[in-house]
Design a protein around this ligand. Structure first.
Ligand SMILES: Cc1cc2nc3c(=O)[nH]c(=O)nc-3n(C[C@H](O)[C@H](O)[C@H](O)COP(=O)(O)OP(=O)(O)OC[C@H]3O[C@@H](n4cnc5c(N)ncnc54)[C@H](O)[C@@H]3O)c2cc1C
Length: 427
């Protein structure tokens, strides 16, 4: 096995994963610590997928692969970072090394990469394989492959105008190291079903395929998307169910099986559906589960500075972190900035005036509603805060589209994950 160590003898920061969390972390780490460190970024693919906008492109009959994959190599090169296209196979926290296998061509030999700091931003496994019937009868929009499959179904003449069920499978969080103000959540990310239901209603009307009345939203607990805060959810359901005519099924506990005719739930209920659009459980990658730095479910345990308490040289960003609940890119973005600051602090590069940031998560998202409108949610109610804002309209659609453009132009180094844009446009 070959050994690739810190290349120029400086502290070697290795960032695992280069989607939202990893790219932003790598870029801010380099900006803050500059020549004091070497940065190596490892991902199995050389591009980022802008996941939140897949539904919009699919419902506009655009190929999301064309619009939403961003090559990031030149941004890393411009920063002076090294990119390795490889699969991360193993982390040895005692030897401070990572075993990788290059992915450009099959048959590559494994290598070890030594680190002084390890930033884990590997996201989660979206466990569709564990959902019985998904491969045969399920649809989703969490990557461009499945986005295009749904696009072919809708626009290729397969959809017959029948009922549609939209919801998520049950999520299981760990408890180790989790502060009590981050409550247990039964869904990893339940904004997408809200967005899908509104976007699809608009599409059904525009194409004269049906209306909101075709759609049933389902959830494990009492309230769908409870991470947005119950008052906002009630407002949403008043619009979607009472005014638009969608159906709502709650307390399902979990998806038992997706069948040709619908979805069966663990509580014995079922929903009839021709089209079943679901998000699965977000689970830790298999090789992470046995590590001494993770909780019972395999998510990386950290303090509010995103450092593992037993191995402070290991930091976590994004969906793989135990403290990221719900699993939102916006929370990962905040963590990426915290991690960059922590490493800069160790390098003596922190400006004396700079306030040390710690994790203060907010739920922030722009959701497509079709008809060139979007909703905007900014809430910390789930964490016991007092902010709970939901707005809707054309300008939020422009902000959703604009954020993606800004993200691609700036290579993940945006001023913020949307909040500042909102302030800029007057809330
Ligand atoms: C449909 C949908 C809509 C969403 N909408 C929003 C939204 O509006 N707002 C919001 O804030 N969030 C949204 N999210 C959540 C958001 O997409 C995630 O929180 C975000 O992608 C997490 O970023 P990450 O970098 O932590 O992980 P990921 O995006 O999962 O990236 C992980 C990276 O690690 C790489 N990787 C994984 N394992 C390995 C390995 N073993 N070896 C090498 N590389 C590996 C992957 O290739 C990938 O590039 C949405 C999610 C979905 C599914």
């Amino acid at each position: 096995m070959n050994e690739t160590a810190g290349i120029k003898g400086k502290p070697h920061v290795v960032v695992l994963g280069c989607n939202f969390g990893g790219l932003t972390a790598a870029r801010f780490i380099k900006e803050k610590s500059g020549d004091a460190i070497d940065v190596t970024v490892i991902d199995r693919k050389p591009y980022l997928v802008f996941v939140p906008n897949i539904q919009m492109e699919v419902f506009a009959d655009n190929d999301p692969e064309e619009k939403l994959q961003m090559q990031f190599y030149h941004f890393l090169k411009q920063d002076g970072s090294t990119f390795l296209q490889a699969e991360v196979k193993e982390i040895d926290v005692d030897a401070k090394s990572v075993t990788i296998t290059p992915t450009e061509r099959p048959g590559a030999a494994s290598e070890k990469v030594q680190y002084d700091y390890l930033v884990i931003a590997l996201g989660c496994k979206l466990d569709y394989a564990a959902l019985p019937g998904f491969a045969e009868y399920g649809h989703t929009v969490s990557d461009t492959y499945y986005g295009n499959k749904l696009r072919r179904y809708l626009f290729g003449g397969q959809y017959k105008g029948g009922p549609i069920a939209i919801g998520t499978a049950r999520f299981q969080m760990g408890t180790k190291g989790r502060p009590d103000w981050i409550p247990n959540m039964t869904s990893a990310c339940e904004g997408p079903p809200l967005e899908l239901s509104l976007g699809l209603s608009a599409l059904l009307e525009e194409r004269k395929w049906g209306s909101a009345k075709n759609i049933t939203l389902f959830t494990q607990g009492e309230w769908i998307a409870e991470d947005a805060g119950i008052p906002l959810v009630k407002e949403f359901l008043h619009m979607a169910v009472d005014q638009m005519g969608m159906s709502y099924v709650n307390q399902t506990q979990d998806i038992k099986e997706i069948t040709k005719d619908g979805i069966e739930f663990v509580n014995g209920k079922s929903v009839e559906a021709e089209l079943k659009i679901v998000l699965p459980n977000w689970v830790a990658h298999d090789f992470m589960k046995q590590l001494p730095i993770v909780d019972e479910m395999g998510f990386v345990v950290t303090d509010l500075y995103m450092r593992n308490p037993d191995h402070p040289e290991i930091l976590a960003v994004g969906d793989c972190a135990a403290l990221t609940a719900p699993k939102l890119g916006g929370i990962g973005d905040q963590q990426a900035r915290i991690v960059a600051q922590q490493i800069a602090k160790d390098m003596g590069k922190l400006d004396g005036e700079e306030k040390e940031m710690k994790l203060e998560p907010v739920v922030m998202c722009f959701g497509d509603m079709g008809h060139h409108k979007a909703f905007y949610i900014h809430s910390d109610l789930i964490y016991g805060g007092k902010t709970g804002v939901m707005k809707m309209g054309h300008k939020y659609f422009m902000m959703k589209v604009g954020f993606k453009e800004a993200y691609f132009m700036m290579g993940g180094k945006t001023p913020g994950w949307g909040i500042k844009l909102t302030e800029l446009l007057g809330g």
